[in-house]
Design a protein around this ligand. Structure first.
Ligand code: ATR
Length: 268
């Protein structure tokens, strides 16, 4: 049987998902393919869903900007994805569409790889967008000693706290240099256009960025000279993909993260 897999999003020019899923297909010996569908507007989503049914797709990833919009086309949405308000993985079963969010698992495995535990720790999350919601969902499950959320717009932080249902303190982004914490996690998109990271926190144990690039991200470069752990989001990307692949195929290929980073960047 040929396993049809795919991705919806826009833009998809730089996506690493086809490389990751082709790697998993090769590793497991499953005969299949991963096709990208760049949807120029949300109006294309229903016809894409029809196409996936017609060609017996097993699973599809969903990325920016459709992770929330796609939920209305799901027959079932996993409770964690519901709280996060975003679906990044669709499974097609019995002519029905099931929606999941695999970012929480990706985040969990990234921490495990880095041997970081949030138990009894003070965790500071920068940002309150979609990525921050997945991180907050993880904190909701793991109950660190304290979770603090710092976002540019306070209303989005409040919204996150109420929809995830997490016990967290909200502080102003500019005040993070006055807060003590063990672990700081950047979930914002700041720095992607080359601008310097605008605030500085003082974590005792680790700085984690869910962004990734070849070399240090702008956020992690703040800590270049510090002895704390510095983790970027590449392994989270790989593990969220592995979880999607697991939902689709039932297999659990164990990725070699540094080999994949080498394929992606050539120098990690
Ligand atoms: P994602 O799904 O990747 O999390 P998003 O939902 O657009 O993307 O969220 C982007 C995050 O980066 C938000 O926390 C946003 O802050 P606001 O909620 O105030 O918009 C944050 N962000 C983006 N640009 C920023 C900037 N220049 N300074 C501070 N925060 C910024």
């Amino acid at each position: 049987m040929y396993v049809n897999l795919g991705l919806i999003g826009d833009p998809l020019g730089h996506t690493l998902s086809p490389m990751l899923h082709t790697y998993f297909l090769n590793m497991t010996g499953i005969n299949g393919g991963y096709t990208c569908y760049e949807a120029k507007s949300a109006e294309e989503l229903p016809s894409l869903i029809d196409l996936f049914h017609k060609y017996f797709f097993v699973g599809v990833n969903v990325t920016v900007p459709y992770k929330t919009e796609i939920m209305r086309y799901c027959d079932y949405v996993d409770s964690s994805a519901e709280r996060i308000g975003a679906v990044n993985t669709l499974c097609f079963r019995n002519n029905k569409v099931f929606g999941y969010n695999t970012d929480v698992y990706g985040f969990e495995r990234m921490l495990a790889d880095a041997q970081i535990s949030v138990k009894n720790k003070k965790v500071l999350i920068l940002g309150a967008g979609g990525a921050a919601r997945a991180v907050a969902e993880y904190m909701r499950n793991m109950c660190p000693a304290k979770t603090i959320i710092a976002n540019r717009s306070e209303y989005r932080a409040k919204d996150l706290v109420s929809s995830i249902g997490i016990d967290a303190e909200i502080v102003a982004l500019e005040s993070v240099d006055k807060i003590s914490c063990d672990i700081v996690i950047n979930t914002t998109s700041v720095g992607l256009q080359g601008e310097p990271f605008p605030v500085y926190a003082y974590p005792l144990e680790a700085a984690i960025d869910i962004q990734y690039k070849s070399g240090y991200t702008p956020f992690l470069s703040l800590y270049e000279k510090s002895l704390i752990k510095k983790i970027d989001g590449f392994s989270m990307l790989v593990w969220q993909a592995q979880r999607a692949f697991n939902l689709w195929t039932g297999t659990k290929p164990i990725p070699n993260i540094s080999k994949l980073a080498n394929i992606a960047f050539g120098d990690k």
